[in-house]
Design a protein around this ligand. Structure first.
Ligand code: BEZ
Ligand code: FE
Length: 288
């Protein structure tokens, strides 16, 4: 077709997908074409602005390497990651809610026994975290794999350091015991800034948005017969709960980290400085 104008071009671009054999891919590409065309029409996009957009997306791609995922950060800060989580993890009431995965998980984390200190020297105030994994029927889930990761007390993840020989800390993998319980020592999480030294930081600053995430501990819990749970536990006293840079807070995941004066810790050790405890149970949704 020739002589397409600003209105007729959309139908023609969608029509060119007619030969696509993958029905789902065709559905996604048709909708994407319609929506980006509508976007350009709505804001009356100029050529200079679109070139700026292309340069921005190019910079986002170029910022990515094996340690830095600027594309995920873009999706997170646009609220797209949490929208996709919300669309795909509608759970029955009572199940622990899912939230954003984020860019700082690594499969290279070590396995630990319950009771271990996952901080492995990370800066921060000591915290004892414990709870149980149960199914929505109330039955304990034994042998669940519990992946935990968090930023250190300075708000930096181990994988972000460039001067520590790739050492991993404040993360690890545990298994729930025969009665579904888990417990470990780590550090109290603190609020932190998402990485702002790239194009995503530039657009957020231009937009007048702050880059902070409220303090949280990440969990990924997997057990046969249950849906994988990717979630966080937040701190109830954090000032960024209502303005998380990546829209990830759910009130059911906000919890009290209780401060204790020096004395005996839950694992029996004598603590010379104040410490914190968090009690949090996770309720898994049966698979299917
Ligand atoms: C995180 O919580 O680790 C995170 C999530 C989204 C963007 C940046 C960091
Ligand atoms: Fe995080």
């Amino acid at each position: 077709m020739q002589n397409l104008d600003e209105n007729t071009i959309t139908a023609e671009a969608v029509r060119r997908l007619a030969g696509c054999k993958d029905a789902r891919f065709k559905e996604i590409m048709s909708a994407l074409t319609r929506h980006v065309h509508d976007f350009a029409r709505e804001v009356k996009l100029t050529e200079a602005e679109w070139m700026q957009g292309i340069e921005f997306l190019t910079a986002v791609g170029q910022k990515c390497d094996d340690k830095r995922q600027e594309m995920i950060l873009l999706s997170d800060t646009l609220g797209l990651s949490m929208l996709v989580v919300a669309l795909n993890h509608k759970k029955p009431p009572g199940c622990t809610e899912a939230t954003v995965f984020g860019p700082f998980h690594t499969d290279k984390a070590s396995d630990f026994a319950n009771g271990a200190d996952l901080a492995v020297g990370a800066a921060g105030e000591p915290a004892f975290i414990r709870g149980a994994i149960r199914g929505s029927d109330g039955k304990p889930v034994a042998g669940a794999t519990i992946d935990v990761w968090q930023a250190d007390g300075d708000g930096i993840y181990d994988v972000q350091y460039t001067d520590r020989d790739n050492a991993l800390f404040a993360r690890g993998r545990l298994k729930s015991d025969a009665s579904g319980k888990y417990w470990f020592k780590s550090i109290k999480p603190e609020f932190y800034s998402i990485p702002v030294d790239g194009p995503v930081g530039d657009w957020m600053s231009k937009a007048g948005r702050h880059p902070f995430r409220p303090a949280h501990l990440h969990f990924m819990i997997q057990a046969p017969g249950y849906e994988k749970l990717v979630t966080h536990v937040f701190r109830s006293d954090d000032k960024y709960l209502d303005s998380d840079a990546v829209f990830g807070v759910r009130s059911s995941l906000v919890s009290d980290w209780v401060r204790h004066e020096p004395g005996q810790a839950p694992d029996g050790t004598a603590m010379k400085k104040p410490f914190y405890t968090l009690d949090f149970d996770f309720i898994l949704n049966p698979a299917g």
